[in-house]
Ligand binder design. Structure first.
Ligand code: C2E
Ligand code: SIN
Ligand code: SIN
Ligand code: SIN
Ligand code: FE
Ligand code: FE
Length: 678
């Protein structure tokens, strides 16, 4: 005899990559005897998986034995084709303890023409047989015995014997937490005694202990409860199932690991689709269908060309997987670590548009900080409490961020970003793992996952940094002629445009992932707004005084000339760069210029959004910076001009939003300030 799992989930089916190992389909178990007889236990959504595996082969359905009639144990029935095929229809068995209605009448509540379009009277499958606790009978070579379980309503467990061994499938059963209710205690004792003589027990473990304490009387048990009961009754192997639909693979795996610690000689397994079970327990498991658990993340990174967008994706994914409150990324720059990105649900729930994003902080690559140590050693550190690091450790915790912000760092998981050549390009620092909302240490099992995410992200990070670097190098052809057009100027315009877009996208309810991708594009594309100035003669570009009309007309051509560089663009960033170059001197009132007499400058919302945004970032930067033709102005004076020009030169909504992001623009100007030439 062999038992095969088709569905192991409890309560409701789930479908998500995070549930693919232990499966999302609800209860369905196939039993095969050596002589070729077959049975199905329960008809949850796993019955669909069973039928799909038959691949259309028409054959009589095995009998179906239902433990009880709760939805998760019958929801596969309506979609099971043999039910509609008189020749192949199954005999259906299920609990009927009271004589007032037949099993067919009870199932007729589902097949009633309302919950299901088909009525039970129209079903060709007519053979439905009610069972009582204590019934024993044979189907082919199987001996089948039943017992009542402690579950709301009428519910049965099945004991099945064939080919010299026996297993019990408990269906849904609660081992009571308190001994007060005599009926339940007696019911439980009878069921546990029923297990006696079985080699293998498939048992309900919907909950972990904590959740069971919150839901006593719901008719389900928790993992560890079964172990002493099953071993004391002589079984060799326990297969746990009927997991809460809230428990993802990581959760079930950790419950299994905990259960195994306490299992003694009992072999404990967690049921999953495709698992095959014999007299000694699990015989075989399918290969994990999720062959590449991180492929989704890898593909997602493909949408991001900008380093900060990649940082954001890495922080988001690593924090989601490690379930922690905060995280930061440091990059190796000039033999130091430079703080480059952070997320923190406590300090800044909307992590991106915050004044910390451009914070300038540097750490030496040594043991003075945890991140510095990890960058030097290229080894993972998993620290339970940052403030309890032993004095003898070769690294210490730098608490300056906590001191500055009032944040309290506890647990840390610090992972190096190591490139293909074995060089550390940076460090990912995850902070404060959470267990039910409370800080906890990072588990060992998450280290490998986070390390993998870091490995995957390293290539896109290096590539995106290279893209930025190449843009800056290309722009030096203009910068070398106009010392004010430095890399820092275009970085400021790029970042301010990106943050203004972010603010705008939040206001317009953009999808968070699209927002990050779009924000990355605008950051890069806006850096190229003035690339056309490379064609403007020095005597105009560097003229210390005011331009005359002819010079001004020539100067204005920089817009169309820059756009011409992207005439054959198809990449989305290049298309955006073309829009921005051509229209960054467009005006809301239509009195702007494109620098080409063939292209009329648009007005109002006709101006591409990215160009309207860049116009504000560009003019603000021109105003507060020193130019060969003007002095630098006070930020407050610059903002005043923008306000005055609202609705004339600039999109009034964007001017309003620009005023709201001043706590972000200030750190941008500190990070990419003019005093530190590149
Ligand atoms: P830019 O220096 O990057 O300036 C970009 C834009 O900022 C200007 O676009 C203008 O809209 C705004 N802006 C700059 N300075 C001031 C100012 O003092 N007051 C106000 N209200 N707005 C200002 P615009 O005017 O189309 O100029 C485009 C580019 O032409 C400038 O780029 C600069 O490279 C050049 N340029 C403009 N005016 C002069 C000038 O008087 N002398 C020289 N040598 N170059 C100029
Ligand atoms: C697992 O693959 O996580 C273990 C499954 C089992 O042994 O039940
Ligand atoms: C930074 O240094 O600002 C982050 C990296 C980048 O955006 O190029
Ligand atoms: C974020 O918004 O979360 C970071 C992405 C970026 O700043 O480009
Ligand atoms: Fe159930
Ligand atoms: Fe310009």
């Amino acid at each position: 005899m062999e038992v095969k799992i088709w569905g192991a989930r409890g309560s409701a089916p789930v479908a998500s990559p995070d549930f693919s190992h232990y499966g999302g389909d609800t209860a369905c178990i196939e039993v095969l005897s050596n002589s070729g007889d077959a049975l199905l236990l329960d008809a949850g959504s796993g019955l669909g998986a069973y039928e799909r595996a038959l691949d259309g082969a028409l054959r009589p359905s095995p009998p179906i034995l239902l433990t009880h009639l709760h939805m998760d144990h019958i929801q596969g029935l309506p979609f099971y084709s043999p039910l509609y095929d008189a020749k192949n229809a199954p005999v259906i068995y299920g609990p009927r303890f009271s004589p007032d209605r037949t099993l067919k009448e009870e199932l007729g509540r589902l097949f009633d023409g309302i919950l299901m379009p088909v009525k039970i009277v129209d079903l060709p499958a007519t053979d439905m047989r009610g069972l009582k606790p204590g019934d024993a009978f044979k189907i082919g070579s199987f001996l089948i015995e039943t017992a009542r379980t402690n579950h709301p309503g009428e519910a049965l467990a099945y004991k099945i014997t064939a080919d010299g061994w026996t297993f019990v499938y408990t269906g849904d059963h609660e081992i009571p937490l308190d001994e007060q209710d005599q009926d339940k205690v007696a019911l439980n004792k009878a069921l546990l005694d029923f297990i006696g003589g079985a080699d293998v027990v498939l048992a309900d473990c919907q909950f972990d202990r904590e959740e069971h304490l919150k839901r006593p009387g719901w008719g389900h048990s928790h993992f560890e409860q079964w172990l002493p009961e099953i071993s004391s009754r002589g079984a060799k192997s326990a297969v746990l199932m009927h997991y809460s639909p809230r428990y993802d693979d990581a959760k079930v795996a950790s419950m299994l690991a905990k259960a195994r610690e306490k299992a003694g000689s009992l072999i404990v397994s967690a049921a999953r689709p495709g698992m095959r079970i014999g007299a000694g327990g699990v015989i075989a498991e399918p290969k994990d269908r999720r062959a590449c658990p991180n492929c989704g993340f890898y593909k997602k990174l493909g949408a991001f060309s900008d380093a900060r967008a990649v940082f954001s994706a890495l922080l988001t994914e690593a924090r989601r997987r490690a379930k922690c409150d905060a995280g930061a990324i440091y990059l190796v720059e000039n033999d130091e670590l430079s703080f480059s990105a952070s997320q923190n649900d406590t300090l800044f729930p909307d992590s991106a548009a915050n004044k910390f994003a451009y914070m300038t902080a540097r750490l030496p690559i040594n043991g003075d900080s945890v991140a510095g140590y990890v960058a030097r050693e290229k080894k993972i550190l998993n620290i339970a409490d940052a403030y309890a690091i032993d004095d003898s450790a070769p690294y210490s915790f730098n608490s300056s961020f906590d001191e500055k912000t009032g944040y309290r760092t506890r647990s840390l998981l610090v992972v190096p970003l190591v490139n293909a050549r074995g060089k550390a390009i940076g460090v990912l620092q995850l902070i404060n793992a959470l267990d039910n909302g409370r800080p906890a240490p990072f588990g060992e099992e998450i280290e490998k996952t986070v390390y993998e995410l870091c490995s995957i992200a390293t290539v896109p990070i290096e590539r995106s940094l290279l893209v930025t670097d190449m843009i800056l190098r290309a722009l030096r052809t203009t910068a070398s002629r106009d010392p004010n057009e430095t890399g820092r100027h275009v970085r400021r315009v790029g970042s301010v445009a990106a943050e203004l877009y972010h603010r705008w996208a939040l206001e317009h309810g953009a999808d968070p992932e699209e927002l990050i991708a779009e924000k990355g594009k605008i950051r890069l594309a806006a850096m190229l707004h003035d690339v056309g100035k490379v064609w403007i003669p020095d005597k105009i570009l560097k003229k210390p005084g005011k331009l005359d009309n002819e010079e001004r007309a020539l100067m204005q051509e920089h817009a169309a000339l820059g756009a011409g560089l992207f005439d054959d663009a198809f990449n989305e960033i290049e298309v955006m760069a073309r829009d921005i170059a051509l229209h960054h001197h467009a005006r809301w009132d239509g009195k702007g210029y494109t620098g080409s007499k063939d292209i009329v400058s648009p007005s109002g919302p006709e101006i591409p959004l990215a160009a309207r945004i860049t116009a504000i970032a560009d003019v603000y930067d021109a105003l507060v910076s020193k130019r060969c033709y003007k002095d630098s102005w006070d930020p407050s004076k610059a903002l005043e001009i923008l306000r005055e020009e609202s609705g004339k030169h600039f999109d009034p909504e964007l001017v309003r939003l620009f005023m709201e992001i001043q706590d972000v623009t200030r750190p941008i100007y500190e990070r990419y300030g003019d005093e530190k030439e590149e």
